[in-house]
Design a protein around this ligand. Structure first.
Ligand code: GLA
Length: 377
Protein backbone atom coordinates (compact mmCIF):
# COMPACT_ATOMS: atom_id res chain seq x y z
CA UNK A 1 0.00 0.00 0.00
CA UNK A 2 2.76 2.38 1.06
CA UNK A 3 4.71 1.38 -2.01
CA UNK A 4 1.77 2.09 -4.33
CA UNK A 5 1.05 5.52 -2.92
CA UNK A 6 4.76 6.51 -2.94
CA UNK A 7 5.06 5.35 -6.53
CA UNK A 8 2.00 7.32 -7.62
CA UNK A 9 3.29 10.48 -5.90
CA UNK A 10 6.58 10.11 -7.79
CA UNK A 11 4.73 9.39 -10.99
CA UNK A 12 2.64 12.53 -10.64
CA UNK A 13 5.82 14.55 -10.05
CA UNK A 14 7.61 13.20 -13.13
CA UNK A 15 4.61 12.79 -15.43
CA UNK A 16 5.05 16.06 -17.38
CA UNK A 17 8.72 15.31 -18.00
CA UNK A 18 7.95 11.71 -18.96
CA UNK A 19 5.27 12.85 -21.40
CA UNK A 20 7.72 15.26 -23.01
CA UNK A 21 10.33 12.53 -23.44
CA UNK A 22 7.79 10.13 -24.97
CA UNK A 23 6.43 12.81 -27.37
CA UNK A 24 9.94 13.85 -28.45
CA UNK A 25 10.80 10.19 -29.00
CA UNK A 26 7.68 9.62 -31.07
CA UNK A 27 8.37 12.73 -33.16
CA UNK A 28 11.90 11.56 -33.90
CA UNK A 29 10.65 8.12 -34.89
CA UNK A 30 7.97 9.65 -37.14
CA UNK A 31 10.52 11.97 -38.73
CA UNK A 32 12.60 8.99 -39.70
CA UNK A 33 9.67 7.15 -41.22
CA UNK A 34 8.25 10.02 -43.21
CA UNK A 35 11.49 11.45 -44.43
CA UNK A 36 14.00 8.74 -45.36
CA UNK A 37 17.33 10.13 -44.31
CA UNK A 38 20.02 10.28 -46.93
CA UNK A 39 23.41 8.85 -46.02
CA UNK A 40 25.46 11.53 -44.28
CA UNK A 41 28.21 11.62 -41.75
CA UNK A 42 26.05 13.25 -39.08
CA UNK A 43 23.19 10.86 -39.60
CA UNK A 44 25.37 7.80 -39.35
CA UNK A 45 27.06 9.00 -36.21
CA UNK A 46 23.77 9.99 -34.63
CA UNK A 47 22.21 6.66 -35.52
CA UNK A 48 25.22 4.80 -34.19
CA UNK A 49 25.14 6.71 -30.93
CA UNK A 50 21.47 5.82 -30.46
CA UNK A 51 22.04 2.16 -30.99
CA UNK A 52 25.33 1.18 -29.43
CA UNK A 53 28.19 1.87 -27.11
CA UNK A 54 30.31 4.29 -29.14
CA UNK A 55 33.54 3.47 -27.34
CA UNK A 56 33.68 -0.26 -27.93
CA UNK A 57 36.06 -1.37 -30.66
CA UNK A 58 35.73 -4.42 -32.86
CA UNK A 59 38.94 -6.02 -31.71
CA UNK A 60 38.26 -5.49 -28.00
CA UNK A 61 34.80 -7.01 -28.40
CA UNK A 62 35.70 -9.97 -30.60
CA UNK A 63 36.86 -13.31 -29.26
CA UNK A 64 38.61 -14.05 -32.57
CA UNK A 65 40.71 -12.00 -35.03
CA UNK A 66 38.92 -9.18 -36.83
CA UNK A 67 40.59 -8.19 -40.06
CA UNK A 68 40.64 -5.44 -42.65
CA UNK A 69 42.35 -5.03 -45.99
CA UNK A 70 43.31 -1.39 -46.64
CA UNK A 71 46.45 -0.63 -48.60
CA UNK A 72 49.38 1.22 -47.03
CA UNK A 73 47.81 4.53 -48.20
CA UNK A 74 45.56 4.26 -45.15
CA UNK A 75 48.39 5.40 -42.90
CA UNK A 76 48.34 8.79 -44.64
CA UNK A 77 44.62 9.26 -44.05
CA UNK A 78 44.60 10.04 -40.38
CA UNK A 79 40.99 9.29 -39.56
CA UNK A 80 40.87 6.04 -41.53
CA UNK A 81 44.15 5.05 -39.97
CA UNK A 82 42.81 5.62 -36.46
CA UNK A 83 39.79 3.49 -37.27
CA UNK A 84 42.03 0.78 -38.66
CA UNK A 85 44.49 0.79 -35.78
CA UNK A 86 41.87 0.81 -33.04
CA UNK A 87 39.49 -1.78 -34.48
CA UNK A 88 41.44 -4.53 -36.20
CA UNK A 89 43.64 -7.36 -35.00
CA UNK A 90 44.32 -8.91 -38.41
CA UNK A 91 45.44 -7.39 -41.68
CA UNK A 92 45.06 -9.12 -45.01
CA UNK A 93 48.12 -8.16 -47.02
CA UNK A 94 47.65 -7.94 -50.78
CA UNK A 95 50.13 -10.17 -52.55
CA UNK A 96 48.55 -10.59 -55.95
CA UNK A 97 50.38 -12.35 -58.77
CA UNK A 98 50.99 -8.95 -60.37
CA UNK A 99 53.76 -8.28 -57.83
CA UNK A 100 55.86 -10.47 -60.17
CA UNK A 101 55.65 -8.04 -63.05
CA UNK A 102 58.10 -10.00 -65.20
CA UNK A 103 59.53 -13.46 -64.61
CA UNK A 104 61.38 -13.43 -61.29
CA UNK A 105 61.04 -9.64 -60.97
CA UNK A 106 59.11 -8.97 -57.76
CA UNK A 107 57.87 -5.75 -56.19
CA UNK A 108 57.60 -6.27 -52.44
CA UNK A 109 56.96 -2.65 -51.47
CA UNK A 110 53.38 -3.10 -50.24
CA UNK A 111 54.00 -6.39 -48.43
CA UNK A 112 57.17 -5.07 -46.81
CA UNK A 113 55.32 -2.02 -45.54
CA UNK A 114 52.92 -4.20 -43.53
CA UNK A 115 55.54 -6.68 -42.39
CA UNK A 116 57.55 -3.78 -40.97
CA UNK A 117 54.43 -2.14 -39.52
CA UNK A 118 53.51 -5.38 -37.75
CA UNK A 119 56.91 -5.38 -35.99
CA UNK A 120 55.70 -2.54 -33.79
CA UNK A 121 51.94 -3.16 -33.90
CA UNK A 122 50.14 -6.18 -32.46
CA UNK A 123 48.44 -7.56 -35.55
CA UNK A 124 48.26 -10.85 -37.40
CA UNK A 125 49.17 -10.78 -41.09
CA UNK A 126 47.24 -12.94 -43.55
CA UNK A 127 48.49 -13.03 -47.16
CA UNK A 128 46.11 -12.91 -50.13
CA UNK A 129 46.71 -14.64 -52.56
CA UNK A 130 49.49 -16.73 -54.09
CA UNK A 131 47.69 -18.12 -57.13
CA UNK A 132 44.75 -16.27 -58.68
CA UNK A 133 44.12 -15.75 -62.38
CA UNK A 134 42.25 -12.44 -62.00
CA UNK A 135 44.73 -9.59 -62.12
CA UNK A 136 47.64 -11.93 -62.90
CA UNK A 137 50.05 -10.30 -65.35
CA UNK A 138 49.65 -11.10 -69.04
CA UNK A 139 52.98 -12.88 -69.23
CA UNK A 140 51.61 -15.46 -66.78
CA UNK A 141 48.16 -15.68 -68.32
CA UNK A 142 49.62 -16.15 -71.80
CA UNK A 143 52.48 -18.29 -70.64
CA UNK A 144 54.65 -19.32 -73.55
CA UNK A 145 56.53 -22.30 -72.10
CA UNK A 146 55.60 -25.93 -71.50
CA UNK A 147 53.35 -27.08 -68.65
CA UNK A 148 56.46 -28.23 -66.75
CA UNK A 149 58.02 -24.77 -67.13
CA UNK A 150 54.74 -23.17 -66.09
CA UNK A 151 54.76 -25.26 -62.91
CA UNK A 152 58.36 -24.28 -62.20
CA UNK A 153 57.40 -20.61 -62.64
CA UNK A 154 54.43 -20.93 -60.24
CA UNK A 155 56.54 -22.84 -57.73
CA UNK A 156 59.15 -20.10 -57.82
CA UNK A 157 56.41 -17.45 -57.45
CA UNK A 158 54.93 -19.15 -54.39
CA UNK A 159 58.18 -20.03 -52.70
CA UNK A 160 59.88 -16.67 -53.29
CA UNK A 161 56.99 -14.82 -51.62
CA UNK A 162 56.30 -17.26 -48.77
CA UNK A 163 59.93 -17.87 -47.79
CA UNK A 164 60.73 -14.14 -47.80
CA UNK A 165 58.05 -13.58 -45.17
CA UNK A 166 58.47 -16.86 -43.32
CA UNK A 167 57.21 -16.63 -39.74
CA UNK A 168 55.88 -13.11 -40.34
CA UNK A 169 52.89 -13.64 -42.58
CA UNK A 170 51.19 -16.31 -40.51
CA UNK A 171 48.65 -17.57 -43.01
CA UNK A 172 48.14 -17.53 -46.77
CA UNK A 173 45.35 -17.88 -49.27
CA UNK A 174 47.28 -20.27 -51.49
CA UNK A 175 44.72 -20.70 -54.24
CA UNK A 176 41.82 -18.36 -55.02
CA UNK A 177 38.66 -19.19 -56.96
CA UNK A 178 39.01 -22.57 -58.67
CA UNK A 179 35.27 -23.07 -59.15
CA UNK A 180 32.49 -21.33 -61.02
CA UNK A 181 29.42 -20.27 -59.06
CA UNK A 182 27.73 -23.47 -60.32
CA UNK A 183 30.42 -25.67 -58.81
CA UNK A 184 32.28 -26.60 -62.03
CA UNK A 185 35.97 -25.95 -62.55
CA UNK A 186 36.54 -22.49 -63.99
CA UNK A 187 38.27 -22.80 -67.35
CA UNK A 188 40.86 -20.12 -66.65
CA UNK A 189 44.16 -19.54 -68.40
CA UNK A 190 45.83 -21.61 -65.67
CA UNK A 191 43.39 -24.48 -66.09
CA UNK A 192 44.12 -24.41 -69.81
CA UNK A 193 47.77 -25.32 -69.16
CA UNK A 194 46.41 -28.81 -68.37
CA UNK A 195 44.66 -31.36 -70.52
CA UNK A 196 42.15 -32.39 -67.87
CA UNK A 197 40.47 -31.15 -64.69
CA UNK A 198 42.18 -34.04 -62.85
CA UNK A 199 45.67 -32.90 -63.89
CA UNK A 200 44.81 -29.32 -62.98
CA UNK A 201 43.63 -30.47 -59.55
CA UNK A 202 46.96 -32.24 -59.01
CA UNK A 203 48.72 -28.98 -59.82
CA UNK A 204 46.59 -27.16 -57.24
CA UNK A 205 47.65 -29.71 -54.63
CA UNK A 206 51.29 -29.12 -55.54
CA UNK A 207 50.78 -25.38 -55.01
CA UNK A 208 49.83 -26.12 -51.40
CA UNK A 209 52.83 -28.41 -51.00
CA UNK A 210 55.20 -25.75 -52.38
CA UNK A 211 53.82 -23.18 -49.96
CA UNK A 212 54.18 -25.64 -47.10
CA UNK A 213 57.81 -26.37 -47.99
CA UNK A 214 58.57 -22.64 -47.98
CA UNK A 215 57.09 -22.06 -44.51
CA UNK A 216 56.05 -25.27 -42.73
CA UNK A 217 54.39 -23.32 -39.93
CA UNK A 218 52.24 -21.06 -42.12
CA UNK A 219 48.52 -21.86 -42.17
CA UNK A 220 47.34 -22.52 -45.70
CA UNK A 221 43.89 -21.64 -47.02
CA UNK A 222 41.75 -22.27 -50.05
CA UNK A 223 39.61 -19.17 -50.72
CA UNK A 224 36.42 -18.79 -52.79
CA UNK A 225 33.17 -16.83 -53.20
CA UNK A 226 29.42 -17.61 -53.17
CA UNK A 227 29.69 -20.49 -50.70
CA UNK A 228 26.67 -19.03 -48.89
CA UNK A 229 24.44 -19.08 -51.95
CA UNK A 230 25.55 -21.98 -54.11
CA UNK A 231 25.18 -25.43 -52.63
CA UNK A 232 26.88 -26.94 -55.69
CA UNK A 233 29.91 -24.73 -55.22
CA UNK A 234 30.08 -25.32 -51.48
CA UNK A 235 29.96 -29.08 -52.12
CA UNK A 236 32.70 -28.82 -54.76
CA UNK A 237 34.99 -26.92 -52.37
CA UNK A 238 34.36 -29.40 -49.58
CA UNK A 239 34.98 -32.36 -51.88
CA UNK A 240 38.29 -30.82 -52.93
CA UNK A 241 39.53 -30.13 -49.40
CA UNK A 242 38.46 -33.58 -48.21
CA UNK A 243 40.50 -35.03 -51.06
CA UNK A 244 43.47 -32.86 -49.98
CA UNK A 245 43.16 -34.17 -46.45
CA UNK A 246 42.96 -37.80 -47.61
CA UNK A 247 46.05 -37.37 -49.78
CA UNK A 248 48.02 -35.73 -46.98
CA UNK A 249 48.20 -32.31 -48.69
CA UNK A 250 48.76 -29.54 -46.19
CA UNK A 251 45.59 -27.48 -45.91
CA UNK A 252 44.60 -25.64 -42.75
CA UNK A 253 41.55 -23.65 -43.65
CA UNK A 254 38.89 -22.43 -46.02
CA UNK A 255 38.23 -18.78 -46.76
CA UNK A 256 34.63 -17.92 -47.55
CA UNK A 257 34.82 -14.50 -49.19
CA UNK A 258 31.23 -13.48 -48.44
CA UNK A 259 30.73 -10.62 -50.86
CA UNK A 260 27.07 -10.69 -49.93
CA UNK A 261 24.13 -8.31 -50.28
CA UNK A 262 20.88 -7.40 -48.57
CA UNK A 263 19.10 -10.34 -50.22
CA UNK A 264 21.55 -13.00 -49.06
CA UNK A 265 19.60 -15.50 -47.00
CA UNK A 266 20.47 -16.24 -43.42
CA UNK A 267 19.73 -19.91 -44.08
CA UNK A 268 22.44 -19.95 -46.76
CA UNK A 269 24.97 -18.35 -44.43
CA UNK A 270 24.08 -20.78 -41.66
CA UNK A 271 24.32 -23.77 -44.02
CA UNK A 272 27.75 -22.72 -45.31
CA UNK A 273 29.11 -22.19 -41.78
CA UNK A 274 27.81 -25.58 -40.63
CA UNK A 275 29.31 -27.41 -43.60
CA UNK A 276 32.61 -25.56 -43.49
CA UNK A 277 32.96 -26.21 -39.76
CA UNK A 278 32.24 -29.91 -40.33
CA UNK A 279 35.47 -30.21 -42.34
CA UNK A 280 37.38 -29.56 -39.11
CA UNK A 281 39.45 -26.91 -40.93
CA UNK A 282 39.82 -23.28 -39.90
CA UNK A 283 37.09 -21.06 -41.31
CA UNK A 284 37.85 -17.49 -42.37
CA UNK A 285 35.18 -15.05 -43.49
CA UNK A 286 37.82 -13.53 -45.67
CA UNK A 287 36.30 -10.66 -47.70
CA UNK A 288 33.05 -9.58 -46.08
CA UNK A 289 31.05 -6.73 -47.56
CA UNK A 290 27.30 -6.22 -47.89
CA UNK A 291 26.08 -4.55 -51.09
CA UNK A 292 22.96 -2.41 -50.80
CA UNK A 293 22.18 -2.31 -54.47
CA UNK A 294 22.42 -5.83 -55.92
CA UNK A 295 20.12 -4.98 -58.81
CA UNK A 296 22.39 -2.07 -59.72
CA UNK A 297 19.69 0.58 -59.76
CA UNK A 298 21.39 3.80 -60.84
CA UNK A 299 18.70 5.88 -59.10
CA UNK A 300 18.77 4.06 -55.79
CA UNK A 301 18.58 6.37 -52.81
CA UNK A 302 20.85 5.13 -50.06
CA UNK A 303 18.57 5.90 -47.14
CA UNK A 304 18.49 5.07 -43.46
CA UNK A 305 16.24 2.08 -44.02
CA UNK A 306 18.81 0.44 -46.29
CA UNK A 307 21.65 1.27 -43.90
CA UNK A 308 19.70 -0.33 -41.06
CA UNK A 309 19.02 -3.45 -43.16
CA UNK A 310 22.74 -3.58 -43.90
CA UNK A 311 23.47 -3.29 -40.21
CA UNK A 312 21.29 -6.36 -39.55
CA UNK A 313 23.04 -8.37 -42.23
CA UNK A 314 26.50 -7.59 -40.82
CA UNK A 315 25.18 -8.46 -37.37
CA UNK A 316 23.80 -11.83 -38.55
CA UNK A 317 27.12 -12.79 -40.15
CA UNK A 318 29.11 -11.97 -37.00
CA UNK A 319 26.68 -13.64 -34.66
CA UNK A 320 26.20 -16.79 -36.79
CA UNK A 321 29.97 -17.11 -37.17
CA UNK A 322 30.40 -16.82 -33.44
CA UNK A 323 27.65 -19.33 -32.68
CA UNK A 324 28.35 -21.94 -35.37
CA UNK A 325 32.10 -22.04 -35.93
CA UNK A 326 33.80 -23.69 -32.94
CA UNK A 327 36.35 -21.43 -31.24
CA UNK A 328 39.34 -23.55 -32.28
CA UNK A 329 38.33 -23.16 -35.96
CA UNK A 330 37.72 -19.40 -35.89
CA UNK A 331 40.37 -17.79 -38.07
CA UNK A 332 38.25 -14.67 -37.89
CA UNK A 333 36.17 -12.26 -39.90
CA UNK A 334 37.84 -9.88 -42.33
CA UNK A 335 35.99 -6.99 -43.93
CA UNK A 336 36.92 -6.18 -47.52
CA UNK A 337 38.22 -2.78 -48.57
CA UNK A 338 37.73 -0.13 -45.94
CA UNK A 339 35.39 2.71 -46.64
CA UNK A 340 32.53 3.17 -49.09
CA UNK A 341 34.86 5.30 -51.19
CA UNK A 342 37.46 2.53 -51.54
CA UNK A 343 35.06 -0.36 -52.05
CA UNK A 344 35.75 -2.40 -55.21
CA UNK A 345 32.01 -2.32 -55.97
CA UNK A 346 32.05 1.48 -56.02
CA UNK A 347 35.60 2.28 -57.15
CA UNK A 348 36.14 -0.52 -59.69
CA UNK A 349 32.68 -1.67 -60.72
CA UNK A 350 31.38 1.93 -60.62
CA UNK A 351 28.11 0.89 -59.00
CA UNK A 352 26.01 3.13 -56.83
CA UNK A 353 26.47 1.40 -53.51
CA UNK A 354 27.87 1.66 -50.00
CA UNK A 355 28.96 -1.88 -48.98
CA UNK A 356 31.45 -1.17 -46.17
CA UNK A 357 31.27 -0.55 -42.43
CA UNK A 358 32.84 2.93 -42.70
CA UNK A 359 31.41 5.68 -44.87
CA UNK A 360 33.44 7.60 -47.42
CA UNK A 361 34.75 9.87 -44.65
CA UNK A 362 35.79 6.98 -42.41
CA UNK A 363 32.89 7.44 -40.01
CA UNK A 364 31.36 4.36 -38.45
CA UNK A 365 28.15 3.37 -40.22
CA UNK A 366 25.27 1.49 -38.60
CA UNK A 367 26.93 -1.57 -40.21
CA UNK A 368 29.91 -1.10 -37.90
CA UNK A 369 27.60 -1.39 -34.90
CA UNK A 370 25.92 -4.38 -36.51
CA UNK A 371 29.20 -6.32 -36.46
CA UNK A 372 29.89 -5.07 -32.96
CA UNK A 373 26.54 -6.33 -31.69
CA UNK A 374 26.95 -9.62 -33.55
CA UNK A 375 30.32 -10.14 -31.88
CA UNK A 376 28.68 -9.81 -28.48
CA UNK A 377 26.25 -12.70 -28.79
C1 GLA B 1 37.67 -11.38 -55.02
C2 GLA B 1 39.13 -11.64 -54.80
C3 GLA B 1 39.83 -10.44 -54.26
C4 GLA B 1 39.39 -9.18 -54.96
C5 GLA B 1 37.91 -9.04 -54.82
C6 GLA B 1 37.40 -7.76 -55.43
O1 GLA B 1 36.91 -11.56 -53.96
O2 GLA B 1 39.41 -12.71 -53.95
O3 GLA B 1 41.20 -10.63 -54.41
O4 GLA B 1 39.74 -9.23 -56.29
O5 GLA B 1 37.33 -10.11 -55.48
O6 GLA B 1 38.07 -6.66 -54.95
Amino acid sequence: MYLISTTSTHLAKFLPMLTLIVITGLMTACDQQIDPIKESTETNIASAARTADTNATLKSTATFPIGATPGSWISKKTKGYQMFESNFSSKTVHAYMSIESAENKFNFQEIDYWVKWAESNPIRLHGHCLVFHTGAPDWMLQYKGTTAQFEQMIKNHIQTIVSRHKGKIKSWDVYNEVFTSKGGIDQTAFRKMYSSDEDYMKFIKRCFQWAHEADPKAQLFYNDYSLENSQAKLDAVIKMVEDFKRSGVQIDGIGSQMHINLNTSEAGIRNSFLKLAATGLLVHVSELDVALNPSNDANLEINQQLLNAQRSKYQSVASLYKQIIPGRLQHGITVWDFSDADSWIVAQKKKKDAPCIFDANYNKKPAFYGILDGLKN
